[in-house]
Ligand binder design. Sequence first.
Ligand code: NAD
Ligand code: UDP
Length: 341
Amino acid sequence: MRILVTGGAGYIGAHACVVLAERGHDVVIVDNFSNSSPAVLPRLAALMGRVPAHADVDLRDAAGMAGLFRTHDFDAVVHFAALKAVGESCEKPLEYFENNIGGTLGLLRAMKSAGVRNLVFSSSATVYGAPDTVPVREDAALRVTNPYGRTKLVVEQLLGDVCASDPGFHVANLRYFNPVGAHPSGTIGEDPGGVPNNLMPYICQVAVGLRARLSIFGGDYPTTDGTGVRDYIHVVDLARAHADALDFLQREERCETFNLGTGRGISVIELVKAFERASGRRVPFEIVSRRPGDVAEVYADPALANRLLGWRAELDVDAMCRDAWRWQSMNPMGYAGRAAA
Ligand code: NAD
Ligand code: UDP
């Protein structure tokens, strides 16, 4: 298939491009590089066997998107492009709604004009907020707690409406739990600009000496060791699920929503210890107060994806830490020095 990958220069999108190329698909990237670097392209070329076709276009640019769909005959779209920082979304809700919802509208308009009707969408476990029970199934109550999460929920709802209006339009909403790790080559990985918000990139920057110590947000949660529990998933496993979801859409011709996680909860301290084992580096930490809005424990029930996509996570926490560390130690400053000290 010829696949348009929006946000394909970003962290998860780049890994998905590699998997899609490995499965024999033709990949075209559209990315405005608002949160990524063109320096990823030659690295992708080395992993994919050729420079991927790419367009520096914002999804909200109607003329640019129409041109892209005129130039290429796409079979499907995998839609990663979005702004993703929870804290920033609370400060800049308009930007988040404009970019994430406006961008999706721009994409859907272009798809509609070109008659492209298969879409895989990057959603997030954040749509569950604080779940009543774990593991979380797809039919759990949806209760977003921040503007970023609301953009994901609104897009899921928008896509539901599009599916209802057009029986030929098929969507897989993929709700990611906590993507971490990097390609085993160490040449592509997560490159947060500035101070990382997420745990794994923060641990990596402590281990490589960019930051003095990790602050662990809360040591008094009702969990095994008092620290927050999440379902960390290796980005390569996650990337594979996108190829499986495209196959599902072609085969089943319907709309569905899937959790993507391992089904296993890991505490902050367990992740720190696993990282120390994998890297041979110390990760000094201190326990500080809880981060507002955080919940004690969230992990997936991935049974639906196991059953309908034939997908399951294969890489364990040691592989996640080993590959995150390889990326970080080979690229201490990210792709192009984006990681500010
Ligand atoms: P990322 O920021 O690394 O990648 C997103 C890419 O989209 C970037 O390259 C950015 O430049 C591009 N982009 C953003 N807005 C655009 C626009 N209007 N037009 C064109 N390009 C645009 O993020 P990521 O971690 O790879 O996440 C990919 C997707 O997965 C996002 O939708 C995110 O919300 C979702 N997600 C991520 C996580 C996570 O922890 N990383 C968890 C759950 C869901
Ligand atoms: N966390 C932490 N210190 C950090 C960043 C995160 O202790 O510097 C904790 C956070 O409280 C949560 C877990 O690590 O329990 C995962 O947080 P992250 O922001 O990576 O993901 P999310 O909150 O979206 O699940």
